[in-house]
Design a protein around this ligand. Structure first.
Ligand code: BG6
Length: 484
């Protein structure tokens, strides 16, 4: 859907790490798409900044190549690209030293919104924050944008928050979790809070359990050294799956405003029970066909890091007491599939008798690909032979329902970056939220580290280790099949 938000004011967006992978893959293509949609003011400026010895023309040439590589081929018409590149500038800066800062400062304009995107290793966040402030590049209304990983555990997240808050207030800090920028993730809130239908049933009295699956087909090849220090728990659960869980489980916020929404998410995280080791299954993919094993991809033959995790999570509050949330995510799985399943309980009594069969409703929210929702309802099987019940889908694929506009779903990053410029923090994580998520995650990780637990091997291209299926079976439940 083409965004219909109002154009923003004049802004200077500085991207530290402007020649890096994230800038080339996501940030610059995202900005280009906003430009192409007419959402960028004439006076907007994007200033790449890195150690690379290039000038503004070199940065534009690199950006042109990145757009050609990372935008779908139907996009990136050359005239529009030329127009976009005119907004780009570059400053070579040594973020740990003195060089380049004065030049960068000279490029910033009075009266423009200033945003600084830290697309660099977290170990550099403090150095950049300090120089921005002490050298007068950032003022009280300037914004900084930081990427995950936001810490490795609670202690490092606290240290990062402390170092940023020495120079910037919370309302200036935009912590990105790109899942919150996904159109379908925002749709979770619309489905829950713009429809009367679901909310009265959205609690432990009516919901048997919730499943959240983020399955990927990619492995960790190419980023094995980062990933091996992190694993699925830190890379995906502590942030992306946790955000999904919060949006499903939170109480209705009073308003769709930053602190209203973030206060409710924080309450969910704080209500999560500790997870015993018996409720966690960790896996590591094995080689299959041409694909390498996790151990080969990570270049660490002794690695105990998980590329898959499944867990049963309980939320101790009135709404969810007794309704488990099952989370699952992994690399090199059978299909790329992210979805949330809300499984309702069976009717309290069947007037049709046991021979009719009993069914329960299921709401599936497909986040990617093939975004849409599917509500399974029970009807009478057509034809003679008495009352036999059958389960059928009320399936709505957004692309079909919304027409051609739906093909233009904005990328997570373009939405989020423009929110930074507009000064809207609703879809960004607050410092206390990140810390609460680590406070819950740390003891779980410690549990398996103390036990020197080895991850279960699973075949690449499968649904993960057998034990993950057992995690559900032992409760008399089943995962939705991982399928394309
Ligand atoms: C990133 C993780 O945050 O999210 C990656 O570091 C993962 O490991 C990616 O592949 C998944 O994002 P998406 O948008 O492809 O679902």
């Amino acid at each position: 859907m083409v965004s219909r938000t109002i154009p923003v004011d004049t802004f200077d967006l500085v991207i530290f790490g402007g020649t890096g992978d994230l800038a080339r893959r996501k940030i610059l293509p995202g900005l280009y798409r906003r430009y192409a949609a007419g959402q960028m003011p004439e006076a907007a400026r994007i200033i790449g900044s890195a150690r690379s010895e290039i000038d503004a023309d070199g940065f534009r040439a690199m950006t042109r190549e990145a757009l050609a590589e990372f935008l779908p081929s139907s996009r990136g018409e050359s005239e529009t690209v030329d127009g976009f590149l005119k907004h780009l500038d570059y400053a070579q800066v040594d973020v740990k030293g003195d060089a380049g800062w004065e030049e960068l400062k000279g490029k910033l304009r009075d009266g423009a919104v200033r945003a600084f995107y830290f697309s660099v290793a977290p170990s550099l966040f403090g150095d950049i924050a300090e120089r921005l402030k002490t050298r007068g590049l950032a003022h009280d209304e300037s914004r900084i944008v930081v990427e995950k990983p936001f810490g490795h555990d609670l202690a490092t997240a606290k240290a990062l928050n402390a170092s940023l808050s020495t120079y910037f207030t919370e309302h200036q800090i935009y912590r990105i979790d790109h899942y919150l920028g996904k159109e379908t993730v925002q749709n979770l809130m619309a489905i829950r809070f713009a429809n009367l239908l679901f909310e009265p049933l959205w609690n432990a009295q009516f919901v048997d359990h919730v499943q959240i699956t983020v399955a990927e087909t990619v492995g960790v090849g190419g980023r094995g050294s980062y990933y091996d220090q992190s694993g699925a728990m830190r890379d995906m659960v502590q942030n992306h799956l946790m955000q999904l869980l919060c949006l499903i489980a939170m109480e209705p916020p009073a308003r769709f405003e930053p602190d209203s929404v973030r206060d409710e998410k924080l309450k969910v995280i704080r209500a999560l029970d500790p997870v015993p080791l018996a409720d966690v299954v960790r896996g590591q993919y094995e080689a299959n066909g041409s694909g390498k094993s996790y151990l080969e991809d990570a270049e660490n033959p002794r690695s105990l890091t998980e590329s898959f995790i499944a867990m049963k999570v309980r939320i101790s509050n009135w709404r969810w007491q007794g309704t488990p949330f099952y989370l699952r995510t992994g690399k090199r799985m059978r299909a790329r599939m992210s979805e949330i399943v809300i499984r309702f309980k069976e009717t309290p009594h069947s007037i049709f008798g046991p021979e009719a069969g009993s069914k329960s409703n299921e709401l599936t929210i497909r986040l990617q690909p093939n975004e849409g929702i599917d509500l399974r309802v029970t009807i009478k099987e057509p034809g003679p032979g008495g009352m036999r019940l059958v389960d059928v889908p009320l399936d709505m694929t957004f692309a079909d329902a919304l027409g051609p506009d739906a093909e233009e779903v904005p990328e997570a990053y373009e939405r989020l970056i423009m929110d930074v410029i507009r000064g809207n923090q609703t879809l960004f994580m607050r410092g206390d939220e990140v810390e609460a998520a680590w406070a819950w995650t740390d003891p779980i990780i410690k549990g398996w580290e103390d036990a020197h637990q080895r991850p279960e091997p699973y075949d690449s291209g499968s649904a993960g280790p057998e034990k993950a299926l057992e995690l559900m079976h032992r409760d008399g439940r089943r995962w939705r099949e991982v399928r394309a």
